[in-house]
Design a protein around this ligand. Structure first.
Ligand code: ADE
Ligand code: ZN
Length: 326
């Protein structure tokens, strides 16, 4: 349709995409074969059939299992290249990518292996597609503070290649305050801060992310809408929300795309953006997310332009680079 073409034609930045969540079943099988790893699935179709989730934890269990095929730097490079090829097709010109080092270091894969592979993929993306990319190191919040500190320590030799730290994994029971000191230490290294909050967790977790972690950007943030005072604060401070419509649908954060709050967020003055989260698991890359939200909520061109503009305004690019993209 015309609107699909319009969406495809919009240059955009992607601000919420977990690289491990871009592992397509085909690549999972190829890497399992290359690394001689058994995976508990018969076929690509069987893997896809297993991607039915009732909540965040359901998904996380299968997502961490999938990452088990990633062993060598080359695997991380191939993973990144596959994402950038898809991103280029969706007119993504800049990407700020999450990675979960603890998922790999816990399996004996070194921090350096992960970094070398991802950086190689990012270098090729720049060369081949002109896509600029940066990395956001996410701490797994179901693990303890000491594990997060050890991860920050492992990152020290790579700090000039890491833009920000983030917080992901199981939200309920793991409030942002658990990582107050790690985020302070990251800030002292000059890293920006983001956190998943208000995906399944209450508005109070969003407040903690703002007040205690001093975040520069809010990942998801859906449940902020339950608290009008919080919405007003997010709006007046110009906080960017990285919203993920297909993720919200697949993880049952919303019952139907017709119930998605993306347009309510814009009307409330929030700087909302559209992102794919874990595209291989949730049935679509960034343009699929724009299309699903546009269909579900009847978004028009003006709202779509705002969403794409917000993706640059909310990025960590410097002002001159943002201006160049607008
Ligand atoms: N890790 C990967 N995707 C995630 C999500 N949507 N929420 C929390 N942790 C994640
Ligand atoms: Zn996420």
């Amino acid at each position: 349709t015309d609107l699909d073409d319009f969406i495809a034609g919009l240059p955009k930045a992607e601000l919420h995409m977990h690289i491990e969540g871009s592992l397509e079943p085909e690549l999972m099988f190829a890497l399992a074969r290359r690394n001689k790893i058994d995976i508990p699935f018969e076929s690509v179709e069987a893997v896809r059939a297993a991607y039915s989730f009732s909540n965040l934890q359901d998904f996380l269990d299968i997502y961490y299992q999938g990452a088990n095929v990633l062993r060598e730097a080359e695997d991380f490079r191939d993973l990144a290249i596959a994402y950038f090829d898809r991103a280029e097709a969706d007119n993504v010109v800049h990407a700020e990518i999450f990675f979960d080092p603890q998922t790999h270091t816990a399996r004996g894969i070194s921090f350096a292996t992960v970094m070398e592979g991802l950086l190689a993929g990012m270098g090729e993306a720049k060369e081949r597609h002109g896509i600029s990319a940066t990395l956001i190191l996410c701490f797994l919040r179901h693990l303890d503070e000491a594990d997060a500190f050890a991860t920050l320590k492992a990152a020290e030799p790579w700090l000039d290649r890491i833009e920000a730290v983030g917080l992901d994994s199981s939200e309920l029971g793991h409030p942002p305050s658990k990582f107050a000191r790690v985020f302070d230490a990251a800030a002292a290294f000059g890293l920006k801060r983001v956190a998943h909050a208000g995906e399944e967790g209450p508005p109070e977790y969003v407040r903690e992310a703002l007040d205690i972690l001093k975040i520069d950007r809010l990942d998801h943030g859906n449940r902020s809408l339950e608290d009008p005072e919080l919405v007003a604060r997010l709006a007046s401070s110009g906080m960017t929300l990285t919203v993920c419509p297909l993720s919200n649908l697949k993880l049952c954060v919303v019952p139907d795309m017709a119930d998605h709050p993306i347009d309510s967020m814009l009307r409330a003055g929030l700087r909302a953006t559209i992102n794919s989260d874990d595209p291989a698991y949730f049935g679509g890359y960034v343009n699929d997310n724009y299309r699903a939200a546009a269909r579900g909520r009847g978004l028009g061109r003006e709202e779509l332009v705002t969403l794409a503009r917000n993706s640059f305004l909310g990025s960590f690019l410097d002002e001159a680079e943002i201006a160049r993209h607008l």
